[in-house]
Write a protein that binds this ligand. Structure first.
Ligand code: NAD
Length: 261
């Protein structure tokens, strides 16, 4: 096993996941870029950007709601890149509906993708750290401001992100004896495909024109600007680094000043 550090980022074909993958490459990691099959083209472009930074990368197709696919992606990362040190469980979806309209199918879908995936990612990573005899490992999960405070019409989403925070706290305690840290990041309003969808769906519910809901929400941010995927990637970079060796079980708000704890 080489000294080269290796990370796997799920949902890394676009948005926050892409920025995390690029930031970890800048930090010196070789990176497995995981995403759904249909995102292959975008993910391969991220692979090229990482290679241009002088690091190794490859695309691995994985639906994070499928346990065997998450385990296979981690196996592939370790096999192709020669080690395994960090997993960023980033992939997730939003749903915009008042609770009265949420169906069983909605709940199953969002919990499979946003919550079950976190359990599978934790399990696959800790198994790999053990197999490789790692002295430490880092697991980093995607929560949200909606995982700290419940947001109307984001009920199922909020519940899923609260669950991520709970799992992060539990895994941190269970895995601490093996020097594996488990943390989460909680972004505010990041300009990605996810917010395009939230803006559009909110508009359908409250009649506001495209972009207006996003604008209203941005006005509630103390730093006065929309969050970038790079803002999030900076926090993940810290959690993935040796500088965060003594930080575990935390969910760090990276929201420009929306919520305070
Ligand atoms: P995005 O929609 O731009 O990207 C999500 C990525 O995840 C896509 O590449 C998509 O293909 C992938 N993905 C979706 N379902 C998947 C599955 N089943 N298996 C594998 N990959 C899958 O979203 P984003 O804004 O970059 O969000 C990334 C994470 O950050 C999510 O967990 C999201 O909940 C969280 N987050 C986003 C915001 C925001 O404002 N955008 C705020 C808080 C938290």
């Amino acid at each position: 096993m080489s000294d080269q550090k290796v990370a796997l980022v799920t949902g890394a074909g676009q948005g926050i996941g892409r920025s995390i993958a690029l930031q970890l490459a800048k930090d010196g990691f070789d990176v497995a870029v995981a995403d759904l099959d249909f995102q292959q083209e975008k993910a391969e472009a991220v692979v090229k950007e990482i290679e241009a930074l002088g690091r190794k990368a490859f695309f691995v197709a994985a639906d994070v709601s499928k346990r065997d696919q998450v385990f296979a992606a981690v196996d592939a990362a370790a096999e192709k890149l020669g080690s395994f040190d960090v997993i960023a469980n980033n992939a997730g979806i939003a749903q915009i509906k008042p609770l009265s309209d949420v169906t069983t199918e909605d709940l199953e879908k969002i919990f499979n993708i946003n919550v079950f995936s976190i359990v599978y990612g934790i399990q696959a990573a800790e198994k790999k750290f053990a197999e490789l005899g790692k002295e430490k490992g880092k697991i980093i999960n995607a929560s949200s401001i909606a995982g700290i405070k419940g947001f109307p019409i984001l009920g199922a989403y909020s519940a899923s992100k609260f669950a991520v925070r709970g799992l992060t706290q539990v895994a941190a305690q269970e895995l601490a004896p093996r020097n594996i840290t488990v943390n989460a990041w909680a972004p505010g309003i990041v300009g990605t495909g996810m917010w395009d969808l939230i803006d559009e769906e909110l508009g359908k519910l409250n009649g506001k024109a495209k972009g207006e809901n996003l604008k209203d929400n941005v006005e509630s941010i103390a730093l006065g600007r929309i969050e970038t995927p790079e803002d999030v990637a900076g926090v993940v970079s810290f959690f993935a680094s040796d500088k965060a060796d003594y930080v575990t079980g935390q969910t760090l708000l990276v929201d420009g000043g929306m919520l305070y704890n």
